[in-house]
Design a protein around this ligand. Structure first.
Ligand code: FAD
Length: 322
């Protein structure tokens, strides 16, 4: 069963890179319903509505304007503008103010997550950095933060370099580390410093054996080793997972390392285990929901389908029932 799951994941992740499959999926009549479950809408207004609802339920939010693999400076600029517009709207709605506590870092109700590839990283790293810096400045002016999403392993060094330069002026800028990469324990050690926000996730891309653990159990064990380093360190761990075993281990480590609920947070994706999100928040934890919105949902949706055969079954059922 483990092998079949790994095969299924790589088939879907391969489809995620195929333009033919992309056209097929995007034009399927069912796509709207399926997309709705994982994506909060296409524009700033809908993103804002979803954010308000989650905030009213006691959750924190990080918003992602969907899009990746940007190929021109104009596209990158449009993405940057979308973030600036979103931040202004969040600020006006009173959703960006930092909360009390925060264990030495800024913990705002709503912040934003960026993909550097959407800001031009693939063809002009300096442009991507300049765009990201403008977004960080706008976020800081409103009292909130930015987290740089992590993409495939060919971008890790570039993303961490840009992060460290952004952090000189905006120390609250968050990093993302992926437990499936063999290098990540080392990166956790580097980044577990005071004031450093680090999101730890398993990792969502198809990566070769020489850089990444392939077996789910190996990835989980790496996640626990990385979590130990972050929870023992001086930074602010953001534990992004829906995995009940890892969540239980995180709660155990928080007790062990005497971290109060404002000294780390859980993060989950919009539409995935929503009851668990509110349950953890009611139990006193900080829980941040990653809310993607926008029209370019294809790559994001395919990674979610690759993670979980049940999501695929949901997609299949929706297709058949149309
Ligand atoms: P999985 O191995 O997918 O699932 C483990 C267990 O969780 C399952 O066995 C099940 O018990 C439970 N579970 C999972 N899904 C469901 C469901 N739908 N319903 C009920 N139970 C479920 N990846 C990147 O590569 N870069 C990023 O920048 C990035 N940012 C992220 C931000 C956030 C906030 C989150 C939550 C994830 C992010 N990811 C990112 C994706 C991440 O790497 C994983 O691909 C994704 O979170 C799935 O891994 P998992 O830890 O939830 O565990």
């Amino acid at each position: 069963a483990g092998y079949a799951a790994i095969m299924l994941r790589s088939v879907i992740l391969a489809a995620a890179r195929s333009q033919k499959v992309e056209r097929l999926v995007e034009t399927a009549p069912v796509s709207r319903d399926v997309v709705k479950r994982f994506v909060a809408g296409s524009g700033t207004g809908e993103a804002l509505d979803a954010t308000r609802q989650l905030a009213d339920a006691g959750l924190c939010i990080t918003l992602d304007n969907l899009g990746e693999d940007t190929l021109t400076a104009d596209q990158a600029n449009a993405t940057k503008q979308a973030y600036l517009e979103l931040l202004a709207a969040l600020g006006q709605a009173g959703l960006t103010a930092p909360k009390e506590g925060g264990g030495g870092v800024t913990v705002a109700t709503a912040e934003v997550s960026l993909k550097l590839s959407a800001l031009g990283q693939a063809f002009d790293e300096q442009l991507a950095e300049k765009n990201a810096r403008e977004i960080c400045e706008a976020a800081a002016a409103l009292g909130t933060t930015v987290t740089l999403d992590m993409e495939d392993h060919t971008t890790t060094d570039s993303t961490l370099d840009i992060l460290s330069r952004l952090r000189r002026d905006h120390p609250g800028t968050g990093a993302v580390l992926q437990a499936y990469l063999r290098r990540t324990e080392g990166d956790c050690r580097e980044l577990a410093t005071a004031g450093s926000r680090v999101r730890l996730c398993k990792g969502a891309y198809k990566e070769p054996e020489h850089v990444a653990y392939q077996a789910p159990l190996e990835v989980d064990k790496s996640y626990v080793r990385c979590m130990n380093i972050l929870m023992a360190g001086e930074g602010y761990p953001m534990l992004a997972t829906h995995d009940p075993r890892l969540i239980a281990i995180a709660q155990d480590r928080a007790r062990w390392f005497d971290r109060s609920p404002d000294e780390f947070e859980f993060q989950m994706l919009y539409g995935i285990r929503p009851e668990e999100q509110t349950r953890l928040a009611r139990a006193g934890h900080t829980v941040r929901v990653y809310v993607p919105y926008g029209t370019e949902w294809y790559g994001y949706l395919m990674r979610r389908l690759a993670e979980r055969p049940a999501n695929l079954a949901f997609f299949g059922r929706a297709l058949i029932s149309k």
